[in-house]
Design a protein around this ligand. Structure first.
Ligand code: GRF
Length: 195
């Protein structure tokens, strides 16, 4: 079974959706480790409840991104991680991790990329007045939300939707679609992508 590390910084609702899918057996993979750059984030508690090992760190305590990413690499190697799943990890992945895990880092972004990259993507789409937004699952490269797209799912914005409504709809779709897509990747793309 493939071993993943999940990187997250915040609430961890997508982390939880992935844990639930693994526990149900609809995602056949092992969550080897949670990597979190905010030791106080709610996602840490969720991992502990699920008995998933956690590595937390404070970026400010390191001289550079290269230094803390080297430490992360060591954790990933010790945990025999095959691929990395970003779920609300609020940092750009640097060259150290990209070189160590080429084509093996996957991100979830709450818009239909290439529209609305970066922070507050749901709000950006809402304020732009688009009628269709959605989510994108993509491989990570050195850019901000720019790597090759794996899958997308649309979400309609109705005239009477508030920003809160759109956020809720986006998260619902994320929680279903991210574990499903990871399962497809584990089954079908393993031989090509994860070698
Ligand atoms: C999600 O909307 C995801 O698309 C984005 O960050 C958010 C994380 O939410 N990258 P959560 O921590 O999983 O609840």
């Amino acid at each position: 079974m493939k071993r993943m590390a999940i990187f997250a910084s915040g609430t961890g609702s997508n982390f939880q959706a992935i844990v639930d899918a693994v526990q149900k057996g609809s995602l056949q993979a092992t969550i080897a480790l949670l990597i979190c750059d905010k030791p106080e984030a709610p996602v840490v508690e969720k991992a502990k409840r699920a008995n998933i090992p956690v590595f937390t760190f404070k970026p400010k305590e390191f001289a550079s991104k290269a230094v803390f990413e080297s430490l992360i690499c060591k954790q990933l190697q010790d945990a025999k991680v095959d691929f990395i799943v970003l779920a609300g990890y609020m940092r750009l992945i640097g060259p150290t991790l990209l070189q160590a895990y080429p084509n093996k880092i996957i991100n979830l972004h709450p818009s239909l990329l290439p529209a609305f990259p970066g922070k507050e993507a749901i709000k950006q789409a809402f304020q732009a007045g688009v009628k269709i937004t959605g989510i994108t699952i993509h491989y990570v490269d050195e850019g901000m939300d720019t790597g090759p797209i794996i899958a997308q799912e649309a979400v309609a914005i109705h005239d009477d939707d508030t920003l809160f409504d759109v956020e809720r709809k986006i998260h619902q779709v994320e929680h279903i679609f991210y574990p499903q897509t990871l399962q497809k990747l584990c089954l079908t793309e393993y031989e090509e992508e994860f070698t």
